[in-house]
Ligand binder design. Structure first.
Ligand code: ATP
Ligand code: MG
Length: 351
């Protein structure tokens, strides 16, 4: 197949880890007779420096025409003055809005060999394979805000249509996994959560083959630590999702391992590792590339429809971890290049 992939390396370790992900995608293209066309564009702090804009017009145009966007990370201490008019994250927020992505997917799997890096006991971690679906466009982060000297408000607002579309994504994903959806809300006290729960129940009728359960967000925060293996797809609103996905990320042992996808109505998506620009290790060739490489696997699956290739990349990453090729964040000494080469070798072995 033919695909156009916009690559936005960004700041800090972004260029190092996206280069790793692109090399894996090139390998998949070469071995599967696919024609992937890559083009690199500026976003974030480096785009502020070069173009005076964290999301230059050219970058936006190319991303809107691409089949998928692969992003590294944005931000860094040199652009973090809170009084600055231009901030790197504005570029990413605007890109998400322009692409119309409303569902943020974050898979969290725990590898047996990395269980000791997790704060939980190994027996609790066995079989943890979660898929979070976080609503990305609504809720308190985007609602009206007010402020006087001694009072502040953040409005939480959701429409039925916004809830339905993200819940449908969660149910569709559940059909490719364990056919179970846990919808997280705070319906005992919040009106938006009551609408969320009613909507979830209605959408569930469209998916009679998928089981739906509801959890209150405070219980869910506890259950992620006490019974993480009991859940499959977990869908929730923006603020709750932000908090719960960071909590769940800790189970996996390192931020450097975890990928994400942001999807809208069609197949186009934005793919990025969940970690930030890690300025403390940038440019040293020691960043863990696996989160970016697993983001490329999500890109193959969700934007290009190449589920077999996606699974092959995920299995190659599993084998690299099984073999103990660890970057520093996992307690090893492998560099970014060495870890990437190990993934490419594992992919070749299979072919
Ligand atoms: P942001 O504000 O951009 O989200 P953050 O403050 O959450 O950034 P990160 O940039 O993700 O932080 O880094 C947090 C810590 O994790 C740092 O010590 C960093 O070096 C480490 N880290 C993040 N990503 C990786 C990676 N891919 N490989 C190794 N270490 C990483
Ligand atoms: Mg962060």
């Amino acid at each position: 197949m033919k695909a156009r992939i916009a690559v936005l390396p960004g700041d800090g370790i972004g260029p190092e880890v996206t280069a790793a992900a692109v090399s894996v995608l090139r390998h998949v293209a070469a071995h599967g007779d696919h024609d992937f066309e890559f083009s690199e564009h500026a976003i974030g702090g480096c785009a502020i420096d070069a173009h005076g804009d964290p999301l230059p017009a050219e970058t936006l145009i190319v991303c809107k025409q691409a089949d998928a966007v692969l992003l590294g990370a944005v931000g860094g201490p040199q652009w973090s003055d809170p009084k600055a008019k231009l901030r790197p994250e504005q570029g990413l927020l605007r890109l998400r809005a322009e692409l119309g992505v409303f569902a943020n997917l974050r898979p969290v799997r725990v590898h047996a060999r990395l269980a000791e890096l997790s704060p939980l006991k190994t027996e609790r971690l066995s079989g943890v394979d979660l898929m979070f679906v976080r609503e990305l466009t609504g809720g308190a982060y985007f609602g009206a805000k007010t402020r006087t000297a001694d009072t502040a408000t953040d409005e939480t607002r959701y429409t039925t249509a916004e809830i339905e579309r993200v819940l449908r994504r969660a149910f569709q994903l559940a059909r490719t996994r364990g056919r179970r959806v846990t919808s997280v809300d705070k319906a005992n006290v919040l009106e938006t959560s009551r609408l969320w729960r009613e909507t979830a129940q209605r959408v569930a009728h469209e998916f009679p083959d998928v089981a739906l359960e509801h959890q209150l967000v405070d219980s869910m925060a506890m259950l992620l630590l006490t019974r993480p293996a009991a859940y499959d797809v977990i869908v929730t609103e923006n603020l709750f999702g932000d908090i719960l996905t960071d909590e769940a990320a800790a189970l996996a042992g390192s931020l450097g391992l975890l990928p994400s996808a942001s999807l809208g109505e069609g197949t186009r998506g934005l793919y990025e590792p969940i970690h930030g620009s890690a300025p403390d290790i940038a440019g040293r060739g020691v960043a863990n590339p696996l989160g970016a490489i697993l983001s490329a696997a999500l890109l193959l699956r969700h934007s290009l429809g190449l589920a077999g290739e996606a699974a092959a990349v995920e299995q190659a990453v599993d084998r690299v971890i099984d073999a103990g090729v660890f970057t520093r964040d996992l307690g090893g000494s492998a560099g970014t290049r060495e870890a990437t080469a190990a993934v490419l070798a594992a992919l070749s072995e299979r072919a």
